[in-house]
Design a protein around this ligand. Structure first.
Ligand code: FE2
Length: 400
């Protein structure tokens, strides 16, 4: 359904410049391309940029929503000139940006762009999830560049656009270092539920963002570092499947890291001595079974709806009840039709039937497993638990 209306013609590299990238040094660093699409005609639009590590990049979305008298921006993104131009075109038709919402307490990739986005829209009200925190030093929001005079806390200080939106909370949960909380918005006119990280839907088809530069896909589509980066639709799909495996499990089961001498034997080959090809260094070897593992995460017909494994195993491993409670809250919206998350595909089919199917699936299967593809995530969680960094019962702790 998404209709790509991206007006990339005439866009210069300077329009995609993001000077604050060293704050969170992730690929593609100082140049952020933006893909614009209309998700629900006349009501909801999507602006996506890539973000990741070592060419493992997934789309991050800012959602623009029509509200009375203008627009609401949900889940901030770096306000490059290109992104501001796309929003300005919407403002021409629908009125000014009235509010900017950061609905998550913990998602750094959504939090860091809030101050510059707020500066780009000086007349907008700002709303943030309760329990904002910083690490390693706890700093007040104003020190993080969030202007306090026009910032309010969701639910504690009211809600934005209560005449067209209903707001519900997932959490709060105690993560030890800080809080996990996400406030979701049901936008009645579009019948869409807007979330941040709570749920995602992943498609086997690479996101349109990679049409602008498929390098990350081609890099990971290879078997060894001495293979050239050759473009084909099959290579793009293979690279995307592997990116999804990395982003989901960090170190999936069918992945081996070759020893140093073998790695170097295939590196620095002619034609690959460039930064783009990471000088032929490719420290991965995929074992048989990787495609089946990826197929378990991606839908071939429609995007596969799921709780992202990283969220399940590292953030919510002992908090399934909180997720189920949230899904029960969601099921109150009887005319719900769509889900718009801040990552991967959107909009996803998400009516009462899909909500109920998901709830049943989550209560039937093993939650936050320890084996196979989950083993690496599980080992991180177990280590943090043993060190006392994360609590055993996140639902029943003090939350400051
Ligand atoms: Fe996120």
């Amino acid at each position: 359904m998404p209709c790509d209306l991206s007006a990339t013609d005439g866009i210069q590299p300077a329009d995609q410049r993001w000077p604050w990238w060293p704050l969170l040094p992730l690929y593609p660093y100082g140049r952020r391309r933006t893909v614009f699409s209309e998700l629900i005609p006349g009501q909801v639009w999507s602006l996506e940029q890539l973000q990741g590590v070592y060419y493992v990049a997934v789309p991050v979305r800012l959602t623009v929503v029509k509200v009375p008298g203008g627009l609401m921006l949900v889940n901030p993104l770096p306000p490059t000139r290109e992104l501001r131009q796309e929003i300005a075109a919407l403002e021409q038709q629908h009125g000014p940006v009235r509010s900017i919402v950061l609905p998550t307490a913990s998602g750094l990739e959504h939090k860091l762009p809030l101050p510059p986005l707020a500066r780009a829209f000086p007349k907008a009200d700002l709303w943030v999830s309760p329990g904002q925190w910083s690490f390693p030093i706890p700093l007040p929001s104003s020190w993080l560049g969030i202007p306090s005079h026009r910032t309010r806390v969701l639910l504690d200080d009211g809600v934005p656009h209560g005449d067209v939106c209903e707001w519900i909370s997932l959490g709060p949960l105690d993560l030890g270092l800080g809080r996990f909380q996400e406030v979701s918005c049901f936008h009645r006119s579009s019948r869409a539920l807007l979330v941040t990280d709570a749920l995602v839907g992943i498609s086997a088809e690479p996101p349109a963002l990679f049409d602008l530069d498929p390098t990350p896909l081609l890099f990971h589509s290879r078997e060894r570092g001495d293979e050239p980066l050759t473009d084909s639709s099959e290579a793009r799909r293979r690279g995307w499947a592997r990116l999804v495996l990395f982003a989901s499990y960090l170190r999936p089961e069918p992945l081996e890291v070759p020893a140093g001498p073998e790695l170097l034997r295939h590196a620095f080959r002619p034609g690959l001595r460039s930064l783009r090809a990471h000088f032929g260094l490719y420290p991965f070897r995929w074992k048989p079974g990787w495609q089946a593992a990826a197929d378990g995460l991606m839908g071939s017909e429609a995007p596969r709806l799921q709780v992202a494994p990283v969220l399940e195993r590292l953030v919510l491993p002992r908090a399934l009840t909180s997720l189920i409670t949230w899904l029960k809250d969601v099921s109150r919206f009887s005319d719900l039709r769509w889900l718009v998350p801040a990552h991967y595909s959107a909009p996803l089919n998400f009516g009462p039937e899909e909500v109920e199917t998901l709830r049943k699936e989550l209560t039937k299967r093993t939650w936050a497993p320890d084996d196979h593809n989950w083993a690496f995530l599980s080992s991180i969680d177990q280590r943090l638990l043993k060190l006392g960094v994360v609590p055993n019962n996140p639902c029943n702790q003090r939350l400051s």
